[in-house]
Design a binder for this molecule. Structure first.
Ligand SMILES: Cc1cc2nc3c(=O)[nH]c(=O)nc-3n(C[C@H](O)[C@H](O)[C@H](O)COP(=O)(O)OP(=O)(O)OC[C@H]3O[C@@H](n4cnc5c(N)ncnc54)[C@H](O)[C@@H]3O)c2cc1C
Length: 441
């Protein structure tokens, strides 16, 4: 199959999710002269924050530079987890201490509770399928390490995790690629753009002023008398909450200097039918891997296609077609049964890594912030938006684990991660070496 043949005739470089949940353009409106809180960024975090603020009687204006959800929140894989991804750094518990780590896992668990509560309370139909997730072990050593992780997830984050030995792997995945794996039962799949649309409706129902295609250009003043400038006028506000995650820029310089934006890519196959999809996903699980440059994959909500994602390149300006070809290659390596299957969609978006490799929330110079999904933010950024709003309102029942540690930066770092291609190459090499050491490709 030549490179060009991997694209179906109706191939599109837009998120697959926009097919049945297109992004909306809201009617043009002038910004209000004043409101209680301006929220900058209209993804899961900003909209959850706006809902909580409005529920407490605050007048809220959310500014979104693009269309609502056009950042990561309508582009992701729709794999919803609580604790499975807290702290990608394997020795986080040792670094920050057992108690602090447990608090993070508790909040991770609550992030899933929060997500489930929101979609139930707001009646958001987002194809929520609580099917669980299988994570394939890249090496036998990784499999052994999953034992401790499964125990911890079950104990501290309510993840209900268990190991799948190599001999039983075929009951979980139609691939010979792994050395066994782990299932976390308390995880789910959703249609992410429909979740975003439901949040936007919920915010609008509460009287939130939602302005799309309206970037915040600058911020001055302080608590009680902020001024946020936009292309169509300035807004005075008592408080400001910044939730821009992987899209921080000069208007949100402090967050930008503490964020490592990384392009994350995804593809959808053409329809291959439920029977073939089931051969790959016998239990309809969401799926991931333990390697450093990991891929994740899942059935589409209608179970007729495969959605596959990962970091195809670590370049800031990689084109989507090139990323699609790389991901297609990985897809057929994991599932050789898909050789010859074409792609209908490919797209890309930004995630935000942090130097501590955990999400953060807090207040800096009177501005409330949350950012740093580190690749997993459907539940987490929804929750942190809500928790940041609670902190702003002064109604937090307990401090959130993710506000304990201040986000780090590097000297002279200004949001342009020049080191990423080198890190990507190094991680790729380590993945390959580990695999070769156990006789795998
Ligand atoms: C391809 C891909 C796959 C992913 N897969 C998964 C997954 O399967 N599971 C999972 O849990 N997570 C996944 N994620 C991560 C998840 O999508 C994000 O963590 C989450 O959407 C972040 O939400 P957010 O509201 O914090 O940020 P975003 O949704 O990125 O929203 C930030 C918004 O801020 C806006 N903005 C920036 N600057 C300004 C400004 N000055 N003024 C106004 N607006 C501004 C941007 O336009 C943007 O829309 C994935 C991400 C990507 C890109």
């Amino acid at each position: 199959m030549s490179d060009r043949d991997i694209f179906a005739t109706d191939y599109s470089e837009t998120p697959y999710w926009w097919r049945d949940a297109p992004l909306r353009e809201l009617p043009r409106a002038e910004p209000p002269a004043a409101c209680d809180v301006v929220v900058i960024g209209g993804g899961y975090a900003g909209l959850n924050a706006a809902m909580t603020l409005a529920d407490h009687g605050r007048s809220v204006c959310v500014l979104e530079a693009q269309r609502f959800g056009e950042g990561a929140s309508s582009r992701n894989g729709g794999m919803v987890s609580g604790g499975a991804n807290v702290g990608k750094s394997t020795d986080l518990a040792r670094k920050i201490g057992e108690q602090a780590y447990r608090e993070l896992l508790l909040d991770a668990r609550e992030s899933l509770d929060h997500f489930e509560r929101v979609i139930a309370d707001e009646g958001i139909d987002c194809d929520h399928q609580p099917v669980g997730r299988f994570t394939g072990a890249w090496t036998p050593k990784h499999y052994a390490a999953l034992k401790a992780k499964a125990e911890r997830l079950s104990r501290d984050s309510g993840g209900k995790a268990y190991l799948v030995p190599l001999e039983q792997q075929h009951e979980y995945i139609g691939s010979e690629r792994y050395f066994g794996g782990m299932v976390v039962e308390r995880t789910a799949g959703i249609q992410p753009a429909r979740y975003l649309g439901g949040l936007l409706d919920a915010a609008l129902r509460r009287g939130v002023t939602a302005l799309d295609r309206t970037p915040a250009l600058g911020l001055s003043g302080g608590p009680g008398n902020f001024e946020v400038t936009t292309p169509s006028g300035a807004i005075r506000a008592r408080d400001v909450l910044v939730s821009v995650n992987g899209y921080a820029n000069t208007a949100t310089r402090w967050e930008r200097n503490r964020t490592i934006p990384v392009a994350s890519d995804a593809i959808a196959t053409e329809e291959i039918g439920e029977g073939r999809v089931r051969e790959l996903f016998p239990q309809w699980h969401m799926m991931g891997e333990t390697k450093r440059i990991l891929n994740y994959f899942r059935p589409s909500p209608d179970r007729k296609r495969v959605i596959f994602g990962g970091r195809a390149t670590f370049a800031a300006d990689a084109d989507v077609g090139r990323a699609a070809r790389i991901l297609h290659g990985r897809l057929v390596t994991i599932f050789p049964q898909l050789e010859g299957v074409r792609l209908s969609h490919a797209w890309s978006g930004n995630v935000a890594f942090t130097f501590r490799r955990i999400p953060h929330m807090g207040v800096h110079d009177g501005v409330h912030f949350c950012f740093g999904c580190n690749g997993s933010g459907v539940a987490m950024m929804s929750y942190l938006g809500h928790r940041t709003a609670e902190k702003l309102l002064g109604v937090e029942e307990r401090p959130c684990g993710f506000e304990r540690m201040a986000p780090l930066s590097l000297p002279f770092y200004a949001g342009r991660p020049w080191f990423l291609p080198a890190v990507g190459s190094w991680w790729g090499l380590l993945d390959r070496l580990e695999r070769q050491a156990v006789g795998g490709a």
